[in-house]
Design a protein around this ligand. Sequence first.
Ligand SMILES: [Zn+2]
Length: 283
Amino acid sequence: MPLNSTSKTSPPPFELMERVCKRPWEAYLPPIKMADNVWYISGNDWVAAYLIDTGDGLILIDTAMQESLYLLVENVHKLGYQMSDIKKILLSHAHIDHIGAARALKELTGAEMYLGKRDLLFIHERKDLIMAGDYCCGDIEPDTLYDDNTPITLGNISIRTVSTPGHTPGCTSFFFDITDKNGQKLTCAMHGGVGLNITKKDFEQTGLPPTLRDEYIASLKSLDKESVDITLPSHTNQVGILLLVDQITDDFNPFIEPSIWHELMNERLERTMEIVRREEMEK
Ligand SMILES: [Zn+2]
């Protein structure tokens, strides 16, 4: 089974975003257990949000879109939690599909909100770079900026952040260990943004520095050295998690597969180098 299945037949992201925002009920996905106490809960089948039960409150990674927020809220309740149990909201990067519901969630939960410092540019000066369409996104202001030397700790979970510029300047990746019910330690990780916005044309359009591409390449190479048992994709199609859902049982977690992380890093690196090679030839 292709674990790393970016299907050639999937519609382009804009169509997927339209579907999630305009007809969220068509995209509804109930909570998916990725690991003990770690859930995919965005409520839609396209862009991820993860809920982590730390034993002393919840951490939410990313928020998905404001238009589909009611489905995320429904999933939190389905798992038996209250919105006020969410104590920290970690944002991977300042694109609307990941932070669209951040303001509403801040209002709902009062949670401490985190963002990568270099994405302050987006929320303060370049809101045009947050949006990719006419969607709702309230103004946000992080309470705390990531410091890669200071893990984010709550209850029995400690999340290590790694600045991974490229997809956006402040894009941040997350690593944390959980102990499953058998006492096995498992490392979970989410790359903050492996979608590509890195052609010369992209940089001309956004005005972002082309050196971001070099940072992206360097961070993919560096992250490929990490050992990750469970890859948490920021979009479902990066890792074919929807293909694996049916295999989940009380005794089997299909997401435990250390090769997936390396496949994802290498596939994105290969695609990036292909763009670099093509542009070199066009010179
Ligand atoms: Zn993005």
